[in-house]
Design a protein around this ligand. Structure first.
Ligand code: PMP
Length: 394
């Protein structure tokens, strides 16, 4: 059996049309396949590889930590220096009230923890999320996000969940004294990069404060410098009660976190004890990688480059087939007329050596979210290829 047969016959498939290139190694902006083929990574493994692939500092940190120790004990029992060192580096970058970090393994798991925390803290049951938000694939995460088409096959899901339309101020009156939490992305990614209207997040913050509902921001995709600031919440200045981090947070290793004030977080400590636990949460290798990625991003001053790179994409990507280009930093969606055209562009781009993608709830949009380490020359090259692909019929 060759590797293709094993992949298709013996690995669970997420769709009937995986990309299925065989990757031998990855370095910097590029993924390398067989026979010398390479692809410029325009999507960062879906907002993960913010510092590119194989960054020497991240690789060294993982190797050093692996030699020192890997897993020792379930999360929360032992003091492990990769976790504490990462927390110390992270805290000055967070709003002061978000001072208590609960490490987990992934975005979905961080969302589950955040929802449980809000229910436990408020003693309420209702959860509010937004149509076309993606927060993960676990039962809780799909209950609160998504679209009905996506959820229907998995019902019954969590009870007492409501979904509002993203960005519609009038609907915020649905948040009430029954609401435990409102979960939102400060920029909605999988709908094809939807920016909140001006004043919307502020209105949401006020409504949550009025009703005592906890506000949760999911910055899994928007965090870690992707939008040009460490967190996307810095664009509005709105501070949530709980923050969800994942994806780029682990520097390419699996890591997530939900972060709150110590006052809020401490309700998970008792009644029941061990009411939220995880074996591998805050894995030493993941925290070492996350710390190295964050340190490198700050020292290389990557966030300061983001607005210039975003502007270069915006200025260069002009084509009659592009209906809109929505962006927040290096999280961008090229909206085309039809999903078929988007699929054709993605396929042509792959042939031309460029890895792009679509969005879960916006199949007519091309995803552009390259590592923050992309250079202006690489932006020019990628845009020239994309424009050629857009010229082709499809
Ligand atoms: N939240 C958001 C905003 C996401 O984009 C994702 C993943 N695409 C998740 C949560 C879930 O993260 P994970 O796949 O690590 O569970």
């Amino acid at each position: 059996m060759n590797t293709r047969e094993i992949f298709f016959r013996h690995q669970g498939q997420t769709s009937a049309f995986p990309l299925a290139m065989e990757i031998e190694r990855a370095e910097g902006l590029y993924l390398y396949g067989r026979e010398g083929r390479r692809w410029l990574d325009l999507i960062s493994g879906i907002a993960v590889s913010n510092m590119g692939h194989g960054h020497p500092r991240i690789v060294a940190a993982v190797q050093e930590q692996a030699a020192r120790h890997m897993h020792t004990m379930v999360y929360g029992e032992l003091i492990q220096s990769p976790q504490t060192a990462f927390a110390a580096k992270l805290l000055p970058l967070l709003p002061a009230s978000l001072n208590n970090i609960y490490y987990v393994n992934s975005g979905s798991e961080a969302v589950e923890g955040a929802l449980k925390l809000a229910k436990r803290f408020t003693g309420r049951t209702e959860l509010i999320g937004f149509n076309q938000s993606y927060h993960g694939s676990t039962h809780g995460a799909i209950s609160i996000g998504g679209t009905e088409a996506w959820k229907a096959a998995f019902r019954p899901l969590l009870p007492d969940v409501r979904n509002l339309d993203y960005g519609v101020v009038d609907q915020l009156s649905a948040i009430s004294g029954r609401t435990a939490a409102v979960l939102i992305e400060p920029v909605q990614a999988e709908s094809g990069v939807t920016l909140p209207p001006k004043g919307y997040l502020e209105a949401l913050r006020s409504r949550c404060a009025e009703t005592g509902a906890l506000l949760i921001f999911d910055e899994s995709q928007t965090g870690c410098g992707r939008t040009g600031t460490f967190l996307a919440l810095e664009h509005s200045g709105v501070v949530p009660d709980i923050l969800v981090m994942a994806k780029a947070f682990g520097g390419g290793m699996p890591l997530g976190a939900f972060i709150a004030s110590q006052d809020v977080m401490k309700v998970l400590t008792c009644d029941p004890v061990l009411g939220h636990i995880t074996t591998f949460g805050g894995h030493p290798l993941s925290c070492a990688a996350g710390l190295a990625a964050l340190t490198a991003m700050l020292e290389e001053e990557r966030m300061a480059q983001v607005p210039k790179l975003e502007a270069q994409f915006r200025d260069t990507l002009k084509h009659p087939a592009i209906k809109a280009l929505r962006s927040c930093g290096l999280l961008m969606a090229l909206e085309l007329e039809r999903a078929e055209k988007t699929q054709a562009v993605i396929a042509a781009a792959l042939d031309a050596g460029l890895l792009t993608d679509w969005f879960l709830y916006a199949p007519h949009c091309v995803r552009i979210a390259p590592p923050l380490t992309i250079t202006p020359d690489e932006v020019s090259w990628a845009c020239a290829r994309l424009l050629e692909c857009l010229d082709k019929d499809g």
